[in-house]
Design a protein. Structure first.
Length: 145
C-alpha cells in the first residue's frame, strides 16, 4: 500500500502529466490524469487520518468531509463535480479542450482548498477512527460557521 507521502507525490505528478497531455492534445489522458490527481490527494488525506479509501464511495465521502471544511463548500462541490465529469470524459470523449482545461484549473484550486481545510481535521488518528466518512451510523454533523 502506498504511503500518504507517495499519494501526494503521485497527485502532483498526475497534475503535471495532465497539463502535458492537454498541450499534446490528448484530452482523454488529460481528463483521467486530472481525476487521478484528485483521487490520490484524497487518498493521502485518508491515509493520514486512517479513513477508508478503497472505493469510489469512500472517495466521495472523503471529498465531502474536506469540502465541508473549505471556505466555499458550494464552489468546492462544483469543482468536485467537474473533476468527476473528467473521469467520465475519459470513457465518453465528450469534452472539448476548453472544458478539460477548465477542469484542470478547477482541480488545482480544489486541491489547494482541501489542503487549507485539512488543518481543521483532528490530528489524532484515534479520534478520526471514531467517525469515518462513509460510516452512516457515525455520520458527523455538518459544521456551522
Amino acid at each position: 500500500m502506498a504511503t500518504a507521502a507517495r499519494h501526494k507525490d503521485i497527485s502532483a505528478r498526475f497534475l503535471e502529466h495532465a497539463e502535458a497531455e492537454l498541450m499534446n492534445g490528448d484530452l482523454l489522458q488529460a481528463s483521467e490524469k486530472t481525476w487521478g490527481a484528485l483521487v490520490h490527494h484524497l487518498k493521502s488525506v485518508a491515509q493520514e487520518h486512517d479513513w477508508r479509501h478503497r472505493s469510489h464511495r469512500s472517495t466521495s465521502d472523503n471529498a465531502e468531509e474536506l469540502i465541508r471544511l473549505t471556505s466555499d463548500p458550494q464552489r468546492s462541490r462544483e469543482r468536485f463535480g467537474l473533476a468527476a465529469s473528467l473521469h467520465t470524459n475519459f470513457y465518453e470523449d465528450m469534452y472539448e479542450e476548453e472544458m478539460v482545461k477548465s477542469g484542470i484549473s478547477a482541480v488545482r484550486a480544489l486541491i489547494d482548498d482541501m489542503r487549507a481545510a485539512e488543518e481543521y481535521l483532528p490530528k489524532d488518528p484515534i479520534r478520526a477512527r471514531k467517525a469515518q466518512p462513509g460510516d452512516s451510523k457515525n455520520r458527523r454533523p455538518r459544521l456551522l460557521r
